[in-house]
Each structure stands twice: as C-alpha cells, then as structure tokens.
Design a protein around this ligand. Structure first.
Ligand SMILES: Cc1ncc(COP(=O)(O)O)c(C=O)c1O
Length: 479
C-alpha cells in the first residue's frame, strides 16, 4: 500500500475523469441563488411560503461566496486560483474597513501575531485534559499549561490546587463553571442576576437546573437585597451563584464580597458554589484600583475569561480556572485518547494557547495594566464628550463600557457595529479604541443626530429606567 501512494493519486485523478458524480449531487444547484427564506418557527407556520419575519430589525441578508465546483480541466487554466485570490483580496479589504469602524463589541483588535504565521501549517489540537498528554502528538499543551499557570497565579490559586483549560470562548467557560457547581451540589438552585449573559441561562436549560433570576440595580449590578429574599425562599437547597465581573450590556461588576456575605449570613455557609463570569473584565479588574478582588482566597469555585476580548486573541477562545478537587469528581478516563475527559468540548483549538502565550509574554502584567488605564481614560473621554453634547450617557465606575442613547438610524448603528438593547447602545473601549477613533465617531454621531431631531417633532428617547434619572438628558430629565 505505502509503495503505491504516488500512483494512487494518479489513479484517483483518472477515476475522477471517468466516474460521473452521484445523481443526487448537482453542483449548479449549490451555487444557484437560494429562494427567499421561508418562515421557520418564529413568526409563522413552517413551509407556509411566507417570508421570515424580521425579528430584531437587523436581519441583513449576508452575501455569500458560493462554492464553485472545479471544471475537469480547471487545474490547467489556473482560473480557479485567480478567482479565489480575488475573493480573498476583496474580503481582506472589507475586513480592514470593518475593523476600522468597530466600537460595540468588547474585542481588542490591536495585535500583531505575524511571528505565529509559521504555525498555520499544523493541525494543532489539544483534545483531552491539558495536564495529561493524549496519543495525538500535534498539540500545544506546553503553551496551554504555561498560560493556565499565569492565570492561576493572577487569581491566587496554588499550582497543585488548580485545574483549568483553554476553552473555545467565554460561553464555554460559563457552561463548565456552572456544570462544576451542579456536580458539587446536584440539588443546588442557580442564582444569576437578570443582566447575566445569556450563556448562564442556557446552562440552566441544558442542565435542567432550577434558576432564579435576581433583580439588578440601575447600574446593572446584582441587587443583594433581592438576592437575600430569593435565598430565604429556598433555604433547604444549596446555592450555585453566577457573579458577573462585568455584565454584557452595562459593564457592571457584581459586588463579590457582598454576595459572599449575603450567602454566609443567611445560613448558606459551606452550602454554596460561586462561578465568576469574567468574560469581559476578568483580566481588567486586577488592574483597577478599588475593584472587588477576584481571588481563590475567597470561597469561589471557578473563574472564566474570554481570550479574544481584552486580551486580544484573533480567534475566539477563553480561560477557565477551577479547583482541582472539583474536577476529580467531574472527569472520566477515555481509553482511545489516553487522556482524561473533563472539558465541555472534545477537540480543542491548539493554536489559541500559543496566541495567548505569545501575548502574555509580550505584554506581561505591566503591559496589561497600562492598557487598562488607557481604556478607562478613553472611556471617560467618550462619556464626557457625549454628556457635553447633551446625550444621555452612563459609565460605571469600574468599567470601560459607555452606555448611551441608541442612535436613531440603524444604518449608523451598523456602520459603527454598536451593540444595542431597547433604547440603549454601548461602546466598549478596548485598547484599539483611540481618541482619534472616538472623535470621528462623535463627530459623525453629532452630525447625524442634528438631522434626526432637527424638526423637534421627535425627541431623543427617555432612558432613565436604564441608566438613572441623573444620567438621562431627555426632555423630562435634562436639567
Ligand atoms: C458577561 C459575559 N459573559 C459571557 C460572554 C460570552 O463570551 P463569548 O462571546 O466569549 O462566548 C460575554 C460575551 O460578550 C459576556 O459579556
């Protein structure tokens, strides 16, 4: 067999020439434009032929680069290569433009990983446990463990007491953290503030856990008075609590110490598990003075953070750290891997740990500290300028998420890729968001806004319920 490899590929080409494609496979069919979407579930009966209802007003039809099946003699002409090169070049130009006009999502788009280009040729996969090598040798566990050690040190958990892994994203960290909590307290109730990320509620659904949504303060922080009342209604069952280290929309940081105090003072001592969702600010908080400290010296069970947000990894990834003792309960050995299964996913991106390792080495603790200070300064700049212009705006003290009145025009929202909810929008100031970029955004916003509200027939919305009366500049609340 081995000796026939060279001939084998010749044979294959010959075979392709003579053997027709299966009847059911029609290449033209795949590239032909699709008919308009039919109604599916939401907003109409399946197969009714009615067009799909636009749910959030943002269902922009994504254009698509269709796959073109190669002609038999395509290899000779090289046309295919030229076609693909032109598609990629066009795509690259659009990425440059979209990167330039991005403000709404907490992604740090400022990085240079040119040095890692040489690794693109390898299929690096860390399937299994980071600390137990599997039989698949093309892995990057040596980088993964280096990164995990760094985070365990940051959150003050000894090397021999922690376990963790590099996840595919913050959501996976949350799914893992809540699962660990459920394994520790199988009859526990999940408590999470209403403003928690949707992945927390997804975890509750996936694991069929009873979940109590706790009210929030105007800032977006968990309301510990309501938390206490909720706990008291369920005294007989342990508590699994999600604590937000930065909520998605308002960037609010839950008061971890107050959450712990509330649990301990109300009869839950040693009967609770806390997962800290630090997807957004998990790596910023350690560098913010007066921020509640996230540390395993406190009775928390796990912390997760996204790697593509503040850290600036070019592909989605995240870090999950928990206590080793919890994992020993959760995991099982898998013979075919020769490793242990304690992660949510099977195959795991082996490139991501190298990107994280690279950026942590380059920037280090001090580099991140400087970037956090810059983000907070620039966030204050944006808030002050919006306020001066008479626009409703709020910025939480420990946050770089600037929440303000939703721009009236959806085209403007899309142009700057703002994240919106109801009448509010936000800009998340990440290290790539410079004063120049903020100025061009502000100038454009003010120019458009003077047209939107020119006649005085319509006025900017009241968003006092979202950001507090003191921050609202609507006709009723402006001073
Ligand atoms: C608070 C919070 N948790 C979790 C997530 C999910 O992170 P990811 O997008 O990395 O899955 C987000 C995403 O924005 C978030 O804001």
């Amino acid at each position: 067999m081995v000796g026939s490899v060279g001939n084998g590929s010749m044979d294959l080409r010959e075979k392709e020439k003579v053997e027709p494609l299966p009847r059911e496979f029609d290449p033209e069919e795949i590239v032909r434009p699709k008919p308009p979407l039919e109604t599916e579930g939401v907003g109409g009966e399946e197969g009714s032929g009615k067009s799909r209802e636009i749910v959030l007003g943002r269902n922009v039809h994504t254009m698509c680069f269709a796959i073109k099946e190669p002609e038999a003699d395509d290899e000779v002409t090289g046309e295919r290569e030229a076609y693909m090169a032109s598609v990629l070049a066009r795509y690259r130009r659009s990425l440059i433009d979209r990167t330039k006009h991005h403000l709404g999502y907490p992604y740090n788009l400022d990085f240079d990983y040119g040095a890692l280009g040489q690794l693109q040729h390898f299929s690096i996969n860390n399937l299994g446990d980071p600390f137990i090598e599997s039989n698949y040798g093309v892995h990057s566990r040596q980088f993964e463990v280096g990164v995990l050690d760094w985070f365990a040190r940051l959150w003050e958990l000894e090397k021999n007491e922690y376990w963790g892994y590099i996840t595919n994203c913050g959501t996976e960290g949350n799914l893992h953290g809540i699962l660990v909590g459920r394994e520790v307290f199988p009859d526990g109730i999940l408590y999470a503030s209403r403003e928690s990320h949707y992945s927390i509620f997804k975890a509750a659904r996936m694991y069929r856990m009873e979940c109590v949504k706790v009210d929030t303060l105007v800032s977006g922080e968990i309301d510990c008075t309501h938390f206490k009342a909720s706990l008291l209604r369920n005294m007989e069952r342990p508590a699994i609590v999600n604590v937000n280290i930065g909520t998605t929309v308002k960037g609010a940081v839950d008061d971890l110490d107050l959450v712990i105090k509330t649990l301990e003072e109300n009869g839950f001592k040693d009967r609770f598990y806390i997962h800290c969702d630090g997807a957004l600010f998990g790596l910023m908080m350690p560098f913010v003075k007066r921020a509640p400290k996230v540390t395993f010296k406190k009775p928390i069970g796990s912390v997760s953070v996204s790697g593509h947000k503040f850290v600036g990894c070019p592909m989605p990834c995240g870090v999950q750290i928990t206590r080793l003792k919890h994992i020993n309960v959760l995991s099982s050995n898998v013979e075919y891997l020769a490793s242990r299964d304690a992660t949510i996913m099977g195959s795991r991106n082996g490139h991501a740990p190298i990107f994280l390792w690279y950026t942590l080495n380059r920037k280090g603790y001090r580099g991140f500290q400087k970037e956090v200070q810059k983000c907070l300064r620039n966030a204050h700049y944006l808030k002050d300028r919006l306020k001066e212009a008479g626009i409703s705006v709020m910025l939480n003290e420990l946050s770089s998420t600037v929440v303000f009145e939703r721009p009236k025009d959806e085209e403007f929202v899309r142009q700057w890729q703002l994240a919106c909810e109801g009448n509010i929008a936000h800009v998340v100031v990440m290290p790539n968001v410079t004063i120049d970029k903020l100025d061009s955004f502000l100038n454009e916003l003010l120019r458009h806004r003077s047209c939107w509200y020119q006649e005085g027939n319509i006025s900017p919305p009241c968003i006092a319920a979202d950001i507090g009366e003191e921050n609202c500049c609507c006709a009723l609340h402006k001073k």
